[in-house]
Design a protein around this ligand. Sequence first.
Ligand SMILES: *Cc1c(COP(=O)(O)O)cnc(C)c1O
Length: 443
Amino acid sequence: MNKMKTTNEFPDKIYLTADEIPKAWYNLRADMDKKPAPLINPATGDPVTLEELTCIFTEEGAKQELDETTKFIPIPEEIQNQYRKFRPAPLVRAADFEKAIGTSAKIYYKFEGNNTSGSHKLNSAIAQAYYAKKEGLTHLTTETGAGQWGTALAMSCEKMGLDLTVYMVKCSYEQKPFRREIMKTFGGRVVPSPSMETEAGKKILSENPDNPGSLGVAISEAVETAVTTPSTKYVLGSVLNQVLLHQTIIGLETQVAMKKYGIKPDVIVGCAGGGSNLGGFMAPFLGEQLRGEEHYKFIAAESASCPSLTKGEFKYDYCDTGRVTPMAKMYTMGYDYIPPSNHAGGLRYHGMSPILSEIYHQGLMEAYAYEQHDVFEANTIFARAEGILPAPESGHAIKAVIDEATKFPASKTDTTGPVIVFCLSGTGFFDMVAYGKYNNGEL
Ligand SMILES: *Cc1c(COP(=O)(O)O)cnc(C)c1O
């Protein structure tokens, strides 16, 4: 359908009304012939049961985790009400960015950074806090790396009247005081991890008191506290099937918006840490492809310091360093992998969503890993052109978009390039130390 259009017929900004926000999440697994492998209980080697999962997760979260058949899962009204405070997220044509990089591609971005948590993570945080409240819990625990997930969950727990303990990777706790303080402002209790509060933390500190922490370690601590504290459950901000499900709101809105203007994306790009923004963004489009309705090119952009898709192994592995969680079949660097220091805190997870892993394994998606210098260079071009400062994580997607778009140089007619749409997962306002290093030539 795009062939009929001249470049000016691609609108600059695509608006949706509040009524057009989708009212159900889309469960991609329902359209997958070969499903992602189940989580297994390492003690028995059998797939985890609903009962086992509810020891750690909320009941509704556990049900969603295991549901492979319900195609659309209604978004409860209370969650829709919260979504309307920051959604629909804008879908914007990056026309100046197209000029800056000299391409005939038409580039759109879906911006998820328009809320105080600064990223897409609020989409799942609200849902998970809502379910916890509904089943009468009083307290949630979680981990956070760079702090985006912890912030989103602190905001959500405050809304739902729940206490929150956040185990924050120690090096981030020290390097990102602003993140720490937002979480506290919204009422979260923030503990640098590894800590002396848990057996997992004590064990790691006894081996190395200077351990800088990692997401895997922080998860172990958060899970341990959840299972040993009454009325407390653990929630996770990425990787899990339920999180990808909640994040499909990103892709569903994009789908509605593009259909409204008769635009078909050719290439769909996102950055991948645990896979939730990309998974949620591409899911409705991949569903069309799996049903034989359309064809797209999907691209995952990951960090070269934690390249699970491009360099990891596809196998069963633990989701955390302390080996207290179920095992997932995924592309992984190994549960004890500690990535070299890198400013894209959200892309430091050792594994990858089992759904995205299976999709990649089936050859339905391409993946590329990028070095942080190139990512900040891409971010700077984008910021200058579009007036939005991207998160370092999101910059990986921008770098991938540049590589893809510049295969189609600008021409006089400008009709040859593909339509590329990418998820701009967050803002970089809390990453100015990293931008400073880049600006000073220290990256
Ligand atoms: C957390 C985060 C990511 C990575 O997480 P995914 O689950 O892979 O989406 C990417 N971008 C931003 C801005 C983040 O906060």
